[in-house]
Design a protein around this ligand. Structure first.
Ligand code: UDP
Ligand code: MG
Length: 312
């Protein structure tokens, strides 16, 4: 029997857990030749998620959980889940049933018989998501699939490769692409959440997109350098021309509009450049602190886990 671990990051999903288990189990039970376990990662939920997980795992040995001391974010929960998941294959999915369990059989097939190290689900991407992917693929050497989600089935080799990337500013979709294995993409239609609300706000998404680009590309830095160089060159030519003109025709009536425009334009450009630089320095700052990605509070193993640090 091959072992498959389903990893589910959950944040305030108490009302969805039972239904999620029922739906996934009914699909998994029908797949012969595999043993499934469920590993929930409770990302500091403030509703009854943890109580529900304790109850479910005491009733059923196939259900395990890790629980964080506070909300560390989905990326940290994914990392913790991948670290702790045992088995030949790991399936990563959301706990709100927006990732249809019906895809699991074809995903498993792709990584077993299909010769892929990973299979992922992709949906019709929204305009903003297509724009982000488009920009990312232009500026970064790590190409993302349009509409790709992090609903993925991965081989042990794939999981171990992803775990080698232990950066604390994580952008999983990019990391899954970075490790290089070809991913089989399966299309699906995303339905509404089973219950509750999405935890993403539009400002969070903008940050996430900016993080995605700065984690995989330094092209923005190159662009400001080139823009700076071009402007310096033009300014130099302009200075020489003005000097020669002044020398021949004498001093003109000074035009303050030109001066003002130049100062404002350059001032804006300098601030923009500093901002871009700052984004990268910010990443270095956060990364250099080398803080753990999460702190475990308890888990179904009940082994006294030491303060969980990224073990690599
Ligand atoms: N999630 C999490 N930590 C967070 C936010 C979300 O573990 O800080 C989980 C959430 O419980 C769900 C999955 O990540 O299982 C996807 O979240 P959500 O459904 O809110 O995102 P959306 O589907 O709107 O992109
Ligand atoms: Mg969702």
């Amino acid at each position: 029997m091959k072992q498959v671990a389903i990893v589910i990051p959950v944040y305030n999903e108490a009302e969805n857990l039972a239904l999620f288990l029922k739906e996934t189990a009914s699909v998994c039970d029908a797949i012969p030749g595999y043993d499934f376990t469920w590993l929930f990662v409770n990302d500091g939920s403030t509703d009854g998620t943890l109580t529900e997980l304790r109850r479910l795992s005491s009733e059923n040995g196939q259900i395990q959980y890790l629980s964080f001391s506070r909300n560390f974010g989905k990326e940290s929960a994914i990392y913790a889940g991948l670290q702790h998941a045992e088995g030949d294959f790991v399936i990563l999915m959301d706990g709100d049933l927006q990732h249809p369990p019906a895809l699991i059989p074809s995903m498993l097939e792709a990584v077993t018989d299909g010769g892929f190290e990973a299979a992922g689900a992709k949906r019709k991407a929204s305009l903003s998501s297509r724009m982000f992917t488009g920009i990312n693929n232009r500026v970064s050497s790590v190409k993302l699939e349009k509409g790709a989600t992090d609903f993925m089935c991965m081989s042990r080799k794939f999981v171990d490769s992803v775990l080698k990337l232990s950066e604390s500013q994580r952008f999983s979709k990019g990391l899954f692409a970075w490790v290089g294995f070809e991913i089989k993409w399966l299309d699906y239609e995303q339905g509404p959440r089973a219950g509750g609300k999405s935890k993403w706000s539009s400002s969070k998404l903008v940050h996430y997109a900016a993080d995605g680009i700065t984690s995989f590309s330094i092209l923005p830095l190159r662009i400001v350098t080139i823009v700076g160089a071009v402007i310096s060159l033009l300014a130099f030519i302009y200075i020489i021309a003005t000097l020669i003109k002044t020398w021949i025709t004498g001093i003109d009536v000074p035009g303050y509009v030109t001066t003002l425009c130049a100062i404002l334009f350059l001032g804006g450009l300098v601030l923009l450049a500093i901002g871009i630089l700052g984004a990268y320095i910010g990443r270095i700052y956060l990364e250099s602190k080398d803080r753990p990605l999460y702190i475990l509070d308890e888990s179904s193993e009940q082994k006294d886990e030491p303060d969980e640090k990224q073990s690599n």
